[in-house]
Design a binder for this molecule. Structure first.
Ligand code: PLP
Length: 416
């Protein structure tokens, strides 16, 4: 079957060495040295398997994903180490498959304990369970009272050999706000829950709480294991408070496109749907073949008064002119533009040389950098560069196989 992303004029170039270096820099800040690289949501759009391997090469001692399917995909791809935790389940989650694949599972509700115990009995395996406490986020997890109520059943299952309660954990609500007292309150609740459970006979291997913002802004939350996501990818968990460059972090993903068309338009010409941008003078416009179907936020559309999402063209920082369409955006290159079709446009990347970042797009669209990278569409090929975590190529059997091997890094679907 033909790959619909083949011949794409756009690409998300993911620098695996930057991702590994970010992981190393973050692990150095965790006193235990234990770091769970959070690679949910296709590694925040960076490509699940290559990103996971790069993080492991950078020293991640754990991997973390939200969904069972993500965990099973990692194991199926041959990522058999290190420890791997998955935490967001609904009834029907293939618990037995997770146990067979050597995946740690979170228990955040009584039904999940029943499911784990049933899967352990069915497979003959001992499940490794992390009990999730809702320490104040008000989202997933057992409230401290619910944990206390469930604990006898957990300890019975442990005595029976069905599981080992290896972890007690929680998630922070407002770690990106340095002065918010809720972080310290959540830490206190987690500690109290751990103490109570241990008095009742639980023996946890790891207690964990810190996301990227906890890791970078609240050392007290580091405990036995930190769980950064966004910072691994070189983006800030707290724009305006944490500057990735100051933390030694580099954005790993560069989104770029080749100009599809460059042409002159007269002054007063409407541009894109609804004509929300009108050329202020005779000018040259470029068509960038990337739109909201590819993940560009339509809220980053531009007008003459307010430029849209930023783009770097020929060293100049420009903005989207008019509406972001499904497949394309237009940029006003100015009357003296010398660009031609095929020239490269950078939408966001490391921010070096005045180039825009995912954070700049987030600001243009009224959202957060997390959303900008995770919403990149399936139509955007991911091109992985660098060597961190890249398995050595299999030996080539004969000349024909060599001729058939791709000359460039394999993009998109295949790599993911
Ligand atoms: C997504 C997630 C993280 C990582 O959060 P960042 O803010 O990206 O560092 C950590 N823990 C849990 C439970 C998560 O869902």
């Amino acid at each position: 079957m033909s790959d619909p992303t083949a011949y794409s004029p756009v690409r998300a170039v993911v620098d695996l060495d930057a991702l590994a270096a970010n992981t190393r820099a973050l692990a150095a800040r965790a006193p235990s040295g234990q770091l769970m690289a959070v690679v949910k949501a296709d590694a925040y759009g960076h490509g699940l398997v290559p990103a996971a391997r790069a993080a492991v090469a950078g020293g991640a001692t754990w991997l973390g994903v939200a969904q069972a399917g993500e965990a099973l995909a990692l194991r199926a791809a041959g990522v058999t180490a290190p420890r791997l935790l998955t935490w967001l389940h609904a009834p029907g989650v293939p618990m037995a498959d997770l146990l067979e694949a050597d995946v740690d599972v979170s228990v955040a509700a009584p039904w999940a304990l029943d499911a784990v115990v049933a899967a352990a009995r069915a497979t003959g395996r001992t499940a490794r369970v992390h009990l999730k406490v809702d320490t104040g986020l008000g989202r997933n997890g057992l409230t401290p009272d619910a944990l206390a109520a469930l604990l006898p059943a957990v300890l019975r299952a442990e005595a029976e050999g069905a599981l080992r309660a290896v972890g007690l954990w929680s998630h922070l609500a407002a770690a990106d706000e340095p002065g918010n007292p809720v972080t310290a309150e959540q830490l206190a609740v987690l500690r109290a829950s751990a103490d109570a459970a241990e008095r009742a006979g639980a023996r946890f291997e790891v207690r964990h709480l810190a996301n990227s913002a906890g890791l970078l802004l609240h050392p007290a939350t580091h405990l036995d294991l930190v769980r950064p996501g966004i910072a691994l990818y070189g983006l800030s968990p707290a724009p305006g408070t944490v500057d990735p460059a100051c933390e030694g972090l580099t954005p790993a993903l560069t989104l770029e496109a080749d100009l599809a068309t460059v042409k002159r338009l007269p002054a007063g010409h409407g541009v894109s749907y609804g004509h929300h941008y009108v050329t202020p003078r005779d000018t040259v416009v470029g068509v960038v073949p990337l739109g909201y179907a590819d993940g560009l936020p339509r809220h980053a559309s531009g007008t003459a008064e307010r430029p849209g999402g930023p783009l770097l063209v020929g060293g100049r920082r420009l903005g989207v002119a008019g509406r972001v369409c499904m497949d394309q955006v237009v940029v006003d290159l100015g009357p003296g533009a010398t660009e031609v079709a095929g020239d490269r446009v950078e939408l966001f990347g490391t921010g070096a040389d005045g180039g825009p970042t995912a954070e700049d797009w987030a600001r243009a669209a009224g959202t957060i950098g997390y959303e900008i990278v995770t919403r990149l569409g399936a139509r955007v090929p991911r091109v992985h560069v660098g060597t961190a975590g890249v398995p050595a190529p299999a030996p080539v059997a004969d000349a024909d196989a060599e001729a058939a091997a791709p000359a460039v890094p394999v993009a998109a679907g295949a790599a993911r």
